[in-house]
Ligand binder design. Sequence first.
Ligand code: HMG
Ligand code: MG
Length: 297
Amino acid sequence: MSDAIRIVEVGPRDGLQNEKQPVSTADKITLIDRLSATGLRSIEATSFVSPRWVPQLADAAEVYAGITRHAGVAYPVLVPNEQGYDRALAAGVQEVAVFTAASETFNRTNTNAGIDESLARFQPILQRAAHDGVRVRGYVSTVLGCPYQGEVPVSEVVRVAKALHTMGCYEISLGDTIGVGTPLKARAMLLAVAAEVPMQALAVHFHDTYGQAIANIASCVEAGVRVVDSAVSGAGGCPYAKGASGNVASEDVVYLMRGLGLETGVDLDELAAIGRWLAERLGRTTGSRTGKALAPA
Ligand code: HMG
Ligand code: MG
């Protein structure tokens, strides 16, 4: 098993999408440009979703046009449908992420479509992306619980993850959207999916509602996953997931991996400084424990 971890930094997208106060386009660009210099290899830049559904990211095209893309760094964006894919393609995007869920009610609330309907929406996107040379990542949300339905059967997580993989998504991110998971449950869910989709094609995505995210990640890494989604400063949440709190903080994940002897290639001090800067722009203190501990006296 590899001892390298790839962090997918989702702060500019998942971190900001639920932010109530306006964040300027210039600040979003600064955030991504600073993150690009830390050694991160994957930075989810924004979302080409309906601006009526997620007003905070209505400036997706301007943000994408304004950033300086570094060689060796991927800048995926979320797309919910072909209209989003068209907008992303026009912006020059080389990687997109499609998203659905393991819970029917959450998916309807989030995208106005049932799970199978959303998979059908993705089919033409995957076909066009293969032709356009665009990589496609897939998300399964609510893998450890749903804000509307409660328990989510693992069999449904496996079914949806497998469908995305079969369709051509190169990687499937398993999202604990509302942060209700605990380590043994998270690991069992991951291993059930890994029985049907290669572990190398899986990522984990935790929110930290009950303070379990780092423990969940440690448990899943021990089980073999090597790709972890996180957001600098622990920003974020989904506007259509009642009770969802911030993402696990990237700084805390980098610190954990260091301790486990797993290489992320990320400059922790710089990442922590960016996390504190972002928190200041958002008018709060950083949500990262590591970021606070590393703050200059
Ligand atoms: P809908 O209202 O059913 O869409 O929304 P529609 O196709 O009926 O179109 C309605 C209007 O939206 C039309 O405009 C379209 O042009 C426009 P009008 O003619 O009325 O002026 N529209 C768009 N405009 C720009 N870009 C587009 C687009 N699509 C339609 N792509 C839709 C359906 C899927 C569009 C909507 O529900 C949506 O955008 N949802 C996204 C919600 C979202 O972004 N949620 C957060 C991300 S998921 C998440 O956070 C979880 C994750 O982090 C993992 C985890 O934590 O588990 C990934
Ligand atoms: Mg999320």
